[in-house]
Ligand binder design. Structure first.
Ligand code: PEP
Ligand code: MG
Length: 748
């Protein structure tokens, strides 16, 4: 960069910093900034547009345009040149603005007389805040150096924390970070919680975006990068030879840490007048803006790597650790961009709720949150930027809604909801030791689903008769290496101890699809749910399953053992898997280990094809459990992870019930014990329907046992069966309304 512009932009930044340091009301400061930039860039106009909401930009300050239009001129994202800069997150530089694609004439601003236009995005860590524009009458394109200088200025403007407060009807609103904000995300785990924000990784606060002495800043950057490289190398040495996947990620980190391009860009930023930390953040923002639009998942993963590295670098430079000294509130609601399952387990049940910017229903964090029964909202966009440690917050996991710094009226209504839920829980607790016997005398066995040792206390608390589904993959997902056989045997044995003689059904590893092991080579599949997963992986690469079966046999130590194979699609798969288990039993016998007292081998029915397997399959299986989550997605061809179609079809669809009845009949024919362990088993109306059509064992999350039992005990299942049959006969598509009507007639 030429020396002249370098010092020009430094001069501009210094003036900007002085302006920012002067006292003055928000609007006045913003006006001074536009004045200063216009003056320094020798352009007639400088304007700042900020986002009012996700879609709308508002002119918030201007030098040169009609002052009357401030807070009145608004445009949609993508509309006009300003809207396009915001949408693409990249500059537009043109000598002839009116001839430019997307130009929008706004008479109130008097804009038509300006020919040149340069607009750059104002963004902070990929979050779009607005657009900074300079315009001049003279038809000239701005030089690369000028574009760069304006970008640097936009970076400093983005650091003004009170920026969002300028948007309004001409008046500066009360400071940002004090107003109530509502976030609409998705449900990760149901439940409601009230508490205070605990940021998993508090963001680094940059207090000195502008620096006087580039030489000092360059040296600081160099030293920080050296420290960073050393720490990455140290991490690599620690994993040496042990864990190839982990070291691959670290190799990628090392590649970034040594990247010349990255360094060079930061050095240029410093030369232009930014402090070392501001330079790191500017490049982090730019990389996010670039990579966020990239569809390639590999590259997007690298974005996370770069993000992580930049955060580390910022922490080194500012001395702000992840531990800021802030004290964790007594009722912490964890707020994070994303979190790994192991980290979540570290927090454990201390957390009252969790809110993630990213995450997915099937993500590992969601699985752990579910296991711990902590309300979780996912996809709460921008919450990281809004929330501060200690802010009051309400999490509504049922609706997928979060209220940050809520109004008192909202908080009061929310507390009523929590109180009602607690009241219901007390009522259910009184039923704990009573059977789920319906009025007609039919008793339904209610069992619980589990996956972690942390789940086991619920066995006594909920009154579950046993564990109908123990998802063993969680133990694999929360580690960054394959667990050892002894480690697993220890855990399984602990589970059996905690179950105190109640039956536990261990499902062998169900990986693939949404459950990806961090240390397993990821196979890119167009349709992972229908791809290489569960028993298919286990049969093709039997090493891990054999090891797991050995661990289970050892854990039983002479106690009864129930093993279930997931995702069986045809008889042959079950026969082979069962044989593998029998072989392992033989091997254990030869080695002189104690064998299980009784061994049950079952299959999960999760694909429609298994319902039509030969009779021999049903004879061979010691039990069958319907995995309704998967079965439903394949029956209706509707992805269980896809929010658009997930709720479109319902278990109470008459065709699906008809299909379930066929499964019940097939099992009855061979007297094969049958259960249902998908999420629907824990939803009261669905559970009631399953019981009415003939399921005698239901396995669900522990918190559902109370409500389901309460309902079953109040109805006559034989009567309900008649209602369902009549509905189906009448050609009704979905029997939900029929069931609900029938219940309400009895005041239930
Ligand atoms: C199911 O598919 O219903 C099931 C219980 O298994 P998972 O949810 O673990 O796939
Ligand atoms: Mg399943």
């Amino acid at each position: 960069m030429p020396e002249r512009t370098e010092s020009e932009s430094r001069k501009l930044l210094r003036r900007l910093r002085d302006t920012l340091a002067e006292p003055g009301a928000g609007q006045e400061r913003l006006d001074r900034i536009t004045h200063l930039i216009a003056d320094s860039m020798r352009s007639e106009v400088c304007s700042i547009y900020l986002f009012r909401d996700d879609e709308t930009l508002e002119l918030c300050a201007t030098e040169g345009l009609n002052p009357e239009s401030v807070h009145k001129t608004r445009m949609r994202l993508g509309e006009g040149l300003v809207g396009r800069v915001a949408k693409m997150s990249s500059p537009i530089n043109t000598a002839n603005a009116p001839a430019e694609k997307g130009f929008r004439y706004m008479p109130e601003t008097g804009e038509e007389i300006f020919s040149s236009f340069l607009g750059v995005p104002i963004q902070r860590l990929g979050e779009k805040l607005g657009v900074l524009v300079v315009q001049s009458k003279e038809a000239r394109a701005f030089s690369d150096d000028e574009v760069y200088a304006l970008e640097v200025v936009a970076m400093v403007v983005a650091e003004m924390t009170e920026l969002g407060a300028f948007v309004g009807e001409g008046e500066a609103l009360s400071a940002l970070h004090q107003q109530p904000v509502m976030f609409r995300g998705g449900t990760g785990q149901e439940g409601a919680a009230e508490g205070h924000v605990w940021l998993h990784e508090p963001r680094v606060v940059i207090t000195n975006p502008v620096a006087d002495d580039p030489a000092v800043e360059l040296e600081r950057l160099k030293q920080a990068v050296d420290t960073l490289r050393i720490s990455v190398d140290a991490m690599l040495t620690m994993t040496d030879g042990q864990d190839t996947e982990q070291s691959q990620v670290l190799e990628a980190y090392r590649m970034f840490a040594n990247s010349r391009g990255w360094m060079r860009r930061m050095e240029e930023d410093i030369a232009a007048g930014l402090s070392a930390e501001a330079a790191v953040e500017k490049e982090q923002s730019a990389a996010r803006a670039r990579l966020e639009t990239v569809p390639d998942p590999y590259l997007r993963d690298r974005l996370h790597d770069l993000d992580d590295l930049s955060n580390r670098l910022l922490r080194i430079l500012t001395g702000q650790g992840a531990d800021t000294g802030a004290e964790m509130p007594a009722d912490p609601i964890l707020v994070a961009r994303n979190i790994g399952p192991a980290e979540l387990l570290d927090y454990g049940r201390r957390l009252k709720g969790i809110v993630l910017e990213e995450g997915a229903v099937g993500s590992h964090a969601a699985i752990v949150a579910r296991a711990l029964a902590i309300p979780l909202v996912i996809h709460a966009e921008r919450i990281i930027t809004e929330a501060l440690n200690g802010d009051p917050i309400l999490v509504d996991g049922d609706q997928g809604i979060v209220h940050l710094r809520p109004e008192e009226t909202v908080a009061a209504a929310f507390r009523d909801k929590i109180a009602m839920q607690a009241q219901a829980q007390t009522r259910y607790a009184s039923l704990r030791d009573k059977p789920a016997t319906a009025k007609c005398g039919t008793t339904i066995a209610l069992q619980m689903n589990a996956g972690l040792m942390a789940d086991l206390p619920s066995l006594a608390g909920s009154g579950a008769e046993g564990v109908g589904l123990f998802r063993t993959e969680l133990q694999f997902l929360i580690r960054n290496h394959v667990p050892k056989r002894a480690e697993l045997a220890n855990i399984y044995s602990g589970v059996l101890d905690a179950a105190k003689g109640k039956r536990v059904v261990f499902r062998t590893l169900d990986i693939g699809s949404d459950k990806v092991l961090p240390y397993m080579k990821r196979v890119e599949e167009p349709n992972p749910a229908m791809g290489w997963r569960a028993i298919r992986v286990a049969l093709d690469k039997p090493g891990i399953m054999r090891m797991q079966l050995q661990a289970l046999l050892r854990a039983s130590g002479g106690r009864p053992l129930a093993v279930m194979f997931p995702f069986i699609t045809e008889f042959e798969e079950f026969r082979t898997a069962r044989q593998m288990l029998k072989d392992e039993v033989e091997r254990e016998r030869r080695l002189g280990h104690i064998l299980p007292d009784a061994l049950e081998v079952g299959a999960m029915l999760e694909t429609p094809s298994l319902a039509y397997a030969p009779k021999e399959f049903f004879e061979m299986a010691d039990f069958v459990s319907v995995g309704g989550n998967d079965l439903k997605q394949f029956f209706f061809a509707a992805d269980r992870e896809n929010e658009t179609v997930r709720r479109r079809y319902d278990m109470l669809n008459a065709s699906f019930l008809h299909f379930l009845c066929q499964i019940i009949e097939r099992c009855a024919e061979t007297r094969t014990p049958l259960s249902f362990c998908g999420e629907d088993a824990g939803r009261p109306i669905e559970a009631l329907t399953l019981a009415a059509i003939g399921f005698r064992t239901l396995s669900m999350r522990p918190a559902s046992i109370g409500p389901v039992k309460h309902l079953i005990r109040r109805v006559d299942l034989k009567e309900l069966r008649k209602v369902i049959e009549a509905e189906c006969k009448a050609g009704v598509t979905n029997i939900r309304a029929g069931v609900v009507n029938w219940l309400s007639k009895q005041d239930i």
